[in-house]
Design a protein around this ligand. Structure first.
Ligand code: S6P
Ligand code: ZN
Length: 188
């Protein structure tokens, strides 16, 4: 058997992926219309502000039975109004497809919502491990003053449903209230 080097590397101290198969995407304030509650504040901020960036390693085609994907997400510190910078959030198209998140650096909150629109959250800090059942919507907010980095592993069959969140949002949002993160009821 030949012995080879893997072409893909994960820096376990920083969470960063490297290698030519890694895909990169950036989400700036201009890409996140309708995601934060306070659209006025978002429109008054620099549209080029980077909110989060994602690295993805997808060694098999999307939809491959039994396949696994891996990701690294960096959320920058900041707020739109009083709402922390966060990911768009999504349901998986396949409700049987679960996911792991684990925090590498920074502090934040994993916001979860079931199909009855009940919301809860788990604190993220370096080393915290989060199991996300396949039918639970998930988004992450950076509640700290430094960047929040988390890695993720999900199935190639999962698929992403962003439309439901775009249309209905989460039923609770994470705001800074009196200097602390607090979940607050929201219509969208
Ligand atoms: C994919 C996984 C993550 C997110 C990333 C960005 O299933 O949950 O890699 O894609 O954290 O969040 P979002 O909601 O914009 O895809
Ligand atoms: Zn996911």
């Amino acid at each position: 058997m030949m012995i080879t080097e893997t072409k893909t590397m994960l820096d376990t101290r920083t969470g960063a992926l490297s290698g030519k198969e890694i895909k990169y995407s950036d989400r700036k304030l201009k890409d996140l219309a309708g995601i934060f509650l306070d659209e006025n504040s978002r429109e008054n901020m620099d549209p080029e502000t980077l909110v989060y960036s994602v690295q993805s390693y997808m060694p098999v085609d999307e939809g491959t039975r039994g396949g696994l994907f891996f990701g690294n997400t960096t959320i920058f510190p900041g707020k739109v109004g009083n709402e922390y910078f966060m990911t768009r959030g999504h349901f998986h198209r396949e409700f049987v497809s679960s996911e792991y998140y684990w925090c590498v650096t920074g502090e934040g909150m994993l916001i979860l919502m079931n199909t009855n629109r009940e919301v809860w959250a788990e604190k993220m800090r370096p080393g915290s491990l989060h199991y996300i059942p396949g039918n639970i919507a998930h988004r992450v907010a950076n509640t700290g003053i430094d960047t929040l980095v988390f890695n993720a592993c999900w199935t190639a069959e999962a698929g992403h449903d962003y439309d439901t969140i775009n249309q209905q949002g989460f039923s609770m949002r994470l705001f800074e209230v009196g200097g602390r993160p607090q979940l607050v009821k929201s219509n969208r």
